[in-house]
Design a protein around this ligand. Structure first.
Ligand code: ADP
Ligand code: ZN
Ligand code: ZN
Length: 727
């Protein structure tokens, strides 16, 4: 007997294995990838049919039957199912969780069937063609002439019976078609085609191999290393145009989807309705309709952040990751996949090129390009030959020796002054939000901590309160120390709020805008501020990392980085790389227009190579030092890593579980080269009243460890989070 294997579409660890169901005859054969409704423990659940297997009869168990088929055509293509399988094995998650990434919402409850819509066949026909005796038929034709199409339910509500509709249809005056709600048009207007997009000679050289791979239908990964302004986006446009001409889908990934961003605007301006923009503010219905447009090839291009890599396209012809080094391509909760890895798998299945573009490629990517796993394409020159911004490094220790204890060095003050005098604009980066970074008692020396997390709280001026940046806890600033009762509460460090106040005090004539998570918490706020800055309503834009990316402002000539050390000091193997990226990207915001740009970087580590190389805009120099360090210390790309995070409300139980995992992994590893470290305390020991312990696994190859974990008790352990290739 043939039995269907069905994955229940719900994220629960006990449900990770497929269940068996019988297929009632009335459904015929249901293709794998189809969503169905099945009975489970007294309720109905949505499931995904992933395949079939034979069972000897009589069955040793009672098998229940599928209740309903939810898709007319399978939602999941074979390729999507294969990619999900790879993803689940690589990232150690369940197959169901991986499949769910290819759907819109976490559960598919809001599944919408296409609606049958009736419309007039020929726009030229008139109602005179109906004899006046057939009143209802004539009315129906009249009505449909007026509207663009009406669903059956509406026609029925208007009093047209099905026989009447059928009679008119039999005369071929009207016909029906399947439409999805809100997908208003099948019409697409392509504004440009491949020939319209011109390339410089240098760009043409870089484009040839991409085009060749597209023509040959072969997967090839390209690392497009080009400074900002060198024409990377121009190349993506060109390749996408060719993709459309082949009737294939292009997936364009960007770190964050900002509608006013240059790259999004250029795609929409170039291709019109051929582009679907996939952003977080879309409603579930809009998302669904966008995906439907792609599936039906009403649109051939999707541009979006990392989750757009799961676009349900049947024929992918091109995948682009712009700013490929960006950490937002890694999902940091739930299933910790990296969009680059998924893009490579999908590119493999579809036989299409994957283009990774960046001015500062990930060290791991550049290593692969050096070792011919990726094809390196270089665009070393800016199209309009603007010089790179001039970068000045200020040693803050020296500044203090000279008696300047302010957050602004003298050079920074000069830069601000000149910028304001010349009526130019400035971007200022500070990686800490809030007012003072911590509040401490001067008597006993203890900082005031969050009662739910092991972390100091941050003073926020609005509301005059202390807030925890790891949970929602907030409280008024205490008058007396909760530890010793002293009244000597003091504020230390500067966050964006305090710097804003300081700027307003020292430069009263400057118009200042602040952009950080506190501001963008309100929807639309962030985009509004950026737009106001773009049109010149502000002189200085002060903010956290949000100000460092993508934005292209013509009048920004100056960039100030208040402390380069905040990222350098984070305890991660990639701290230097992150610092180099942040400094290079932020400094790169200056001088995008006609005017020359200047940047001042303040630091306590002026001799650090990440800082020195970013001053010189020397990516290769940085890479060469960094890759040596990685090799010596045994970090990626030389070794693979898996980080496990175990969580429990009881510290003793937690230690028990974590130790058990370590002993078990030690006992089952098949090579001495595999190191299992831990359990050790994480940066923050307690968060939201939960305790955390980490375990780190490292080795040249970790496939065997993954295989063991996937079939062991560890896999289904509650409260365990597995992060493969942590960043
Ligand atoms: P990147 O993506 O590397 O930052 P862009 O593609 O945005 O580079 O190019 C920088 C600027 O140069 C843009 O304003 C773009 O319109 C223009 N540009 C790029 N290539 C060409 C070209 N071949 N002909 C004319 N203008 C170009
Ligand atoms: Zn105290
Ligand atoms: Zn907290």
């Amino acid at each position: 007997m043939k039995v269907a294997d069905i994955i229940i579409n719900r994220p629960a660890k006990q449900l990770h294995k497929p269940f068996s169901y019988a297929v009632p005859e009335k459904f015929g054969t249901i293709a794998p990838g189809t969503r169905v409704l099945v009975p489970l423990g007294g309720s109905r659940e949505e499931g995904i049919l992933i395949g079939y297997h034979e069972e000897a009869e009589p069955l040793s168990y009672t098998v229940k039957s599928i209740i309903q088929v939810l898709d007319q055509e399978p939602w999941f293509t074979t390729e999507m199912m294969n990619t999900a399988k790879q993803l689940s094995q690589y990232y150690l998650c369940s197959y169901g969780d991986a499949l769910r990434l290819f759907t819109i919402n976490k559960t598919l409850k809001s599944y919408e069937a296409p609606k049958e819509v009736w419309l007039v066949t020929q726009p030229g026909f008139t109602v005179e063609q109906f004899s006046t005796r057939k009143k209802k038929q004539r009315e129906l034709a009249e009505y449909l002439l007026d509207v663009e199409g009406a669903p059956l339910s509406l026609l029925k509500a208007k009093g047209f019976s099905l026989p009447v509709i059928k009679q008119v249809a039999a005369a071929e005056y009207i016909r029906s078609e399947e439409r999805f709600k809100e997908t208003k048009t099948r019409f697409t207007s392509l504004l440009s085609n491949e020939g319209d997009i011109t390339l410089t000679d240098e760009q043409q050289v870089a484009y040839e191999p991409i085009r060749a791979a597209m023509d040959a239908n072969t997967q090839e990964t390209f690392l497009l290393h080009g400074v900002t302004g060198s024409g990377k986006t121009q190349l993506y446009l060109k390749a996408a145009a060719r993709c459309i001409a082949d009737d294939k889908t292009a997936i364009i990934l960007v770190p964050e989807i900002i509608l006013t961003d240059q790259i999004v605007r250029r795609f929409v301006e170039t291709f019109g309705d051929e582009v679907v923009v996939f952003h977080s503010k879309l409603t579930i219905n809009e998302r669904y309709n966008n995906w439907e447009r792609l599936r039906r090839k009403d649109s051939h291009i999707i541009i979006g952040a990392r989750s757009a890599v799961f676009a349900p396209a049947e024929h992918i012809g091109l995948i682009v990751l712009d700013e490929e080094h960006d950490n937002s391509y890694k999902q940091e909760d739930m299933i910790r996949y990296h969009a680059k890895q998924v893009a490579l798998w999908r590119g493999q299945s579809h036989g299409c090129p994957v283009v990774l573009g960046s001015a500062t490629p990930a060290v791991t990517s550049f290593y692969k390009a050096q070792h011919k796993e990726y094809t390196l394409l270089s665009l070393p020159n800016r199209v309009f030959e603007q010089p790179m911004p001039q970068v000045q490094i200020v040693d803050m220790k020296e500044e203090m020796l000279r008696g300047n204890y302010s957050v602004f060095s003298d050079d920074m003050v000069n830069l601000i002054d000149t910028t304001l005098q010349n009526h130019n604009q400035m971007i200022m980066l500070l990686n800490r939000r809030g007012y003072s970074t911590f509040v401490m008692c001067r008597e006993c020396g203890k900082p005031i901590q969050c009662p739910h997390c092991d972390v100091s709280m941050v003073y926020h001026q609005s509301g005059e309160e202390l807030r925890c940046h790891y949970c929602e806890h907030h409280e008024p600033v205490p008058n007396i120390c909760p530890h010793c009762g002293s009244k000597k509460i003091k504020f230390f460090g500067s966050g964006t709020q305090k710097v804003e106040e300081e700027l307003r005090r020292q430069f009263p004539q400057a118009r200042i805008a602040r952009l950080d998570q506190d501001v963008t918490k309100q929807k639309g706020n962030g985009e509004e501020i950026l737009e106001q800055f773009r049109i010149g309503r502000y002189d200085i834009l002060l903010g956290t990392q949000m100000v460092s990316k993508g934005h292209d402002f013509e009048n920004v000539t100056a960039v100030g980085i208040l402390t380069a050390d905040s990222v350098l000091n984070i305890p991660l193997y990639s701290a230097a790389e992150r610092t180099f990226d942040l400094l290079t990207q932020t400094a790169g915001r200056a001088g995008r227009g006609e005017k020359l740009g200047c940047a001042v970087i303040q630091t306590y580590n002026p001799l650090n190579y990440a800082i020195i190389k970013s001053k010189a805009h020397d990516y290769i120099g940085f890479y060469n030092e960094e890759i040596q360090n990685r090799e010596i210390l045994g970090y990626p790309p030389f070794r693979e890593m898996i980080r496990m995070l175990v969580r429990h409300e009881n510290i003793n139980t937690l230690e028990g579980i974590a130790n058990h995992i370590v002993t078990d992994l030690e006992a089952h590893k098949d090579s001495e080269d595999i190191e299992i470290n831990g359990p050790y305390e994480t940066g923050i020991k307690r968060k939201r009243d939960m305790f955390y312990l980490a375990i780190m696994i490292r080795g040249p190859k970790l496939d065997s460890v993954k295989k063991y974990i996937a079939q062991s008790w560890i896999f289904t352990q509650e409260g365990l989070l597995i992060d493969v290739d942590p960043i």
